[in-house]
Design a protein around this ligand. Structure first.
Ligand code: ADP
Ligand code: UDP
Length: 241
């Protein structure tokens, strides 16, 4: 009756449970960047990302966004609804950074006049290429209605998280979401994780990066940044510091 490892990814392991509709997700300390070219570990990242993601999923559920979250089981494990993941990574952006800044030659940190929503094809061998709706149709990975739902949900997530974080002196620069279909009712739910691995968080006062860019760009203080985000979510923000 012990859980079976179904999948091991770069940051998490996915296990079966006694309920065929539910999975146990285990958060590891392993960190990768640049499509797996850079590897390392971030001490206690798994513990923090589990807590941070659980916190965000509960916040979103309370605001009417449907997610895969069932409950946090322990420090590194989360119980979730089993989804057929749509192989699209939805990126939502409020501020120019990362690949967007590079693509258009924009300076990082410029606030975007309107929210940018991008679709990437979730494929490790292809390096997650940027795609558009007609590519989605040609690839046959989602229906136009599903893309509509995914983009709509992404914008709602942005609205909720951006305001929540603003009140904690954190700028939500950009983030990546994954969605999937829950077989039991056919609904599209928000899945995967929402954490400093998958979002850019900048301190609103200092502009300090509080996310995985500290690892990607060898900035140091990676563990402290993840801890700081968790402290802010819990309302332990030291706004005077
Ligand atoms: P990667 O696959 O990119 O290396 P992870 O290490 O985070 O990423 O692995 C977790 C995997 O679990 C991802 O492929 C993700 O799409 C998948 N996943 C996340 N949530 C669910 C879910 N509720 N049901 C099924 N699969 C999920
Ligand atoms: N992101 C992610 N997984 C990916 C690619 C991007 O979680 O495989 C997140 C990343 O953390 C950032 C946002 O999506 O918050 C936009 O990333 P960008 O396209 O700028 O990618 P970069 O090339 O900088 O990783």
């Amino acid at each position: 009756m012990s859980d079976t490892l179904l999948y091991e990814g770069k940051a998490k392991q996915v296990f079966s449970t006694s309920d065929p509709d539910l999975l146990r997700v285990h958060f590891k300390d392993d960190a990768t960047a640049f499509n797996g070219e850079k590897r390392g570990t971030i001490c206690d990242k798994g513990v923090l990302n589990n807590s941070i993601s659980s916190f965000f999923f509960q916040l979103l559920e309370s605001k009417g966004v449907e997610t895969h979250f069932v409950k946090q089981l322990n420090d590194r494990d989360m119980l979730v609804k089993k989804l057929a993941i749509v192989p699209i990574e939805l990126v939502v952006r409020n501020v120019a950074a990362g690949s967007l800044a590079k693509r258009f030659g924009w300076e990082e940190g410029v606030e975007l006049p309107s929210t940018v929503v991008e679709l990437y094809y979730k494929s490790d061998p292809l390096g997650d290429p940027l795609i558009n709706r007609s590519h989605v149709a040609a690839l046959g990975i989602a229906t136009p209605q599903q893309v509509e739902q995914i983009e709509g949900a992404g914008l709602r997530v942005n609205g909720v998280l951006r305001e929540f974080l603003r009140q904690r002196s954190v700028v939500l620069v950009d983030f990546k979401l994954e969605f999937g279909v829950f077989k039991k009712d056919g609904k599209i739910l928000l899945g995967d994780e929402i954490s400093p691995d998958t979002c850019r968080f900048w301190d609103a006062e200092t502009g300090d990066k509080l996310d995985k860019d500290r690892f990607r760009r060898d900035l140091g203080g990676v563990e402290d940044a993840y801890q700081e985000i968790w402290r802010r979510l819990k309302g332990e923000c030291n706004a005077d510091a």
